[in-house]
Ligand binder design. Structure first.
Ligand code: NAD
Ligand SMILES: Nc1ncnc2c1ncn2[C@@H]1O[C@H](COP(=O)(O)O)[C@@H](O)[C@H]1O
Ligand code: PPV
Length: 271
């Protein structure tokens, strides 16, 4: 990949899109992870208004401080960049208490944590859109190709609810390459990817059972062979297992990758 040229390409794409939309710039949630670090850096380079939002919800300290450091770096470097620190923890806690009054969430621990992880992501989406509308900005997405079109590892209408998606045609390893070329700091480049949505601090790899490199490999297998690759594609049992993990997630999450189904009314019923 020609990283510098890809950066210029995305920068022009962002500029063209925001201009034709008649918006003033972008709002980006910054988590301390690589995807949001790269997207916020790319948006900052456009010269348009950029608001970077840090939105902790019972967040691990290291994630918050990586995010803050990155935001400070971009604010120093670019006059068009400003930031908002919005602690969503109290609102989230209130929401959980209200939910508990109406739903028995405590008897299904796994389902409770899973559900609430997605609530966190959706609360951030609500906050990003509020700030976007108040400032005539667009909500810029941070999903990469493996998350968005491979395993569907994002929250529907949470971090998946965005206006435009500048890095969704790049594999995770390519996002790291851009990160290096953009000068993103080492703490972010070496942090283990995590959605930061779970109190026990589990990483994406802990959740999925495969690394992003492994998932990338599986996605390439799918691109080449479809959903039924020949046996000889797999060199060992680990590869067979990764393929199973990948395909299962891909199939279960296909609904997130397509427009929502609309019930078409037969013409004869409309007469
Ligand atoms: N980028 C990241 O790393 C990132 C960000 C956020 C979340 N995550 C992770 O992603 C996962 C998201 O959880 P999820 O996928 O269970 O939640 P989700 O809310 O994204 O998707 C599940 C919901 O989709 C709907 N749905 C399910 N099947 C459907 C179908 N066939 N057609 C239409 N709609 C359907 C239902 O409303 C269901 O509750 C979690 O594990 C979370 O930790 C990762
Ligand atoms: N703590 C956070 N502050 C701001 N924005 C955040 C935070 N955590 C996540 N985000 C945004 O959501 C996407 C996806 O997050 P994952 O950590 O991959 O789940 C992230 O890129 C931020 O834009
Ligand atoms: O989306 P981010 O920025 O949180 O990156 P990662 O998923 O690598 O933590």
């Amino acid at each position: 990949m020609q990283a510098k040229k890809v950066i210029d390409h995305i920068q022009s794409w962002l500029l063209n899109y925001v201009d034709q939309a008649g918006a003033k710039g972008f709002v980006v949630g910054v988590s301390g992870g690589i995807d949001s670090a790269v997207v916020s850096s790319l948006c900052s380079r456009t010269g348009k208004d950029v608001i970077l939002m840090e939105m902790p919800i019972h967040q691990a300290h290291d994630q918050v401080s990586r995010g803050k450091k990155h935001i400070e770096w971009l604010e120093k470097k670019h006059d068009n960049v400003s930031s908002i620190d919005m602690d969503l923890t109290p609102s989230y806690d209130k929401f959980v208490r209200a939910l508990e009054k109406n739903q028995d969430i405590n008897s299904h621990t796994d389902l409770k944590f899973h559900t609430l992880s997605n609530v966190r992501s959706r609360m951030r989406m609500v906050s990003l859109y509020a700030v976007a509308q108040l400032n005539s900005l667009l909500v810029c997405g941070t999903g990469n190709k493996v998350e968005d079109f491979g395993v569907g590892f994002f929250t529907k209408y949470g971090d998946g609810g965005v206006d435009l998606s500048p890095i969704a045609d790049l594999m995770k390893s390519e996002v790291y390459e851009l990160g290096k070329a953009l000068g993103v700091n080492k703490d972010i480049l070496t942090a283990r990817p995590t959605d930061g949505l779970w109190d026990d601090g589990r990483t994406d790899e802990d959740q999925i059972g495969a690394t992003y490199d492994e998932l990338e490999w599986a996605m390439k297998v799918q691109q080449k062979h479809g959903d039924n690759p020949p046996e000889n594609v797999f060199e060992n049992s680990r590869q067979e297992n990764i393929w199973k993990i990948y395909l299962e997630r891909h199939k279960a999450n296909t609904h997130k990758m397509k427009p929502i189904p609309v019930c078409e009314i037969p013409k004869e019923l409309m007469k």
